[in-house]
Design a protein around this ligand. Structure first.
Ligand code: ZN
Length: 384
């Protein structure tokens, strides 16, 4: 029997899911090893915060910079962005103190889909690898040397071959029209991934769902329709393939009942869709291990970024922001794992309103966010 109320219910359910974002207080935990960042790359100075030094194509009065400089103190490790083979590793004039000899390494890396590029790591000391060595992603290849100011010179040259002038260590150009094949390294890594990123599935257009009871919500993904309804034991998820047959397509941890094809039937109308489920929309969740922590006590903030079919957004950056009374300010960030989950520890300085935000890559249309309040136990009231 048909339930006229199901379409608004479905729409409400979808809207609710999209709006459910959790906000929590967080701070990045101390990490001994680097964590992959955008694109799954191990960023060479273990951060993507590069401000303070020369960026790509900065003009220096007489030349243009062919790399991204990354501020880092002398002695700090430099990491290989991915697996690779060392093409060059030696001490080169210009990469040391006062423009003298300093370590420079060129490694041939690959993106997840096999695109080769060379990365130049300059201003190094303590070179760990020699020409021909293989390097693992995230391995320490050297340390920042004593150039002033202390920084890593990081360049990228796509392809396997050396620059046309056969100088793999080139760091700048005097000719504005000639980059010698170098490209903006940060933009390159952010658009060429080390790990296959999540791709949203195709989405079915569902006109209506007919059941003998009232569905709590319904969604579609990859040609399958699934919905939940209140049963004696609580909400249950039911699945069915479109246009025919049954299939498993359920939320994690939910029990799938035996599908009863006589109880349900589906109507798919592709020409006049009543519901369009935008399955590319991410769902962001956030939990706090303790909503009222004692002063000085850390809480664990965790959650996930997944789509409505529970497919994870891998290596997605989740920003944690705090409301300062007039605007949201950045606190810290985390990246989702291959299962779409993220977690970090945060010690709130006082009561706080926190927000987690996911700003999707270009291939996804809409970001999501949500906020939450943490109250630190204390006898005196604290400002927000
Ligand atoms: Zn530089």
């Amino acid at each position: 029997m048909k339930h006229p109320g199901i379409l608004p219910r479905v729409l409400r359910g979808i809207t609710t899911l999209l709006l459910v974002a959790l906000v929590l207080l967080c701070a990045a935990p101390a990490m001994a090893a680097p964590t992959p960042g955008t694109g799954g790359w191990y960023w060479p100075t273990a951060t993507e915060d590069f401000h303070g030094w020369s960026g790509w194509w900065d003009f220096r009065g007489y030349c243009w910079h062919l790399a991204q400089d990354m501020h880092s103190p002398a002695g700090k490790p430099v990491y290989a962005v991915g697996d690779g083979t060392v093409l060059e590793s030696k001490y080169v004039r210009g990469y040391g103190p006062g423009g003298g000899l300093g370590g420079a390494v060129v490694i041939l890396h690959k993106t997840y889909d096999g695109v080769e590029f060379k990365a130049l790591y300059g201003h190094l000391a303590n070179l760990k690898y020699g020409r021909g060595d293989t390097v693992k992603a995230g391995a320490v290849i050297g340390t920042i040397n004593n150039s002033s100011p202390n920084h890593l010179h990081f360049g990228i040259h796509p392809g396997k071959k050396y620059p046309s002038d056969n100088n793999p260590y080139r760091g700048h150009t005097y000719t504005k029209s000639n980059t010698y094949g170098f490209v903006d390294p940060v933009a390159y890594l952010r658009s060429h991934y080390r790990i296959d990123p999540y791709k949203a599935p195709t989405v079915a257009t569902v006109a209506s769902v007919h059941t003998t009871s009232t569905a709590l919500w319904a969604r579609a993904c990859s040609g399958r329709l699934f919905w939940a309804e209140a049963a004696e034991s609580g909400p249950q998820t039911w699945t069915c393939s479109l246009p025919n047959g049954t299939a498993a397509c359920v939320e994690p941890s939910q029990t799938v009942p035996v599908h009863d094809s006589t109880r349900y039937f589906l109507t798919v109308v592709k020409t006049e869709p009543a519901i369009v489920v935008k399955d590319k929309m991410p769902r962001l969740s956030l939990r706090a291990s303790d909503r009222t922590p004692a002063r000085g006590k850390a809480v664990t903030l965790s959650g996930s970024v997944k789509n409505s079919a529970a497919k994870p957004f891998v290596h997605a950056r989740v920003r944690i922001e705090r409301w300062d009374g007039s605007k949201w300010t950045y606190v810290t960030s985390s990246y989702t794992s291959t299962t779409g989950t993220w977690s970090l520890k945060y010690t709130p300085p006082g009561r706080a309103i926190l927000r987690a935000r996911f700003i999707p890559p270009n291939t996804y249309s809409t970001g999501v966010s949500a906020s939450l309040r943490l109250a630190v136990s204390t006898r005196s009231s604290l400002p927000w």
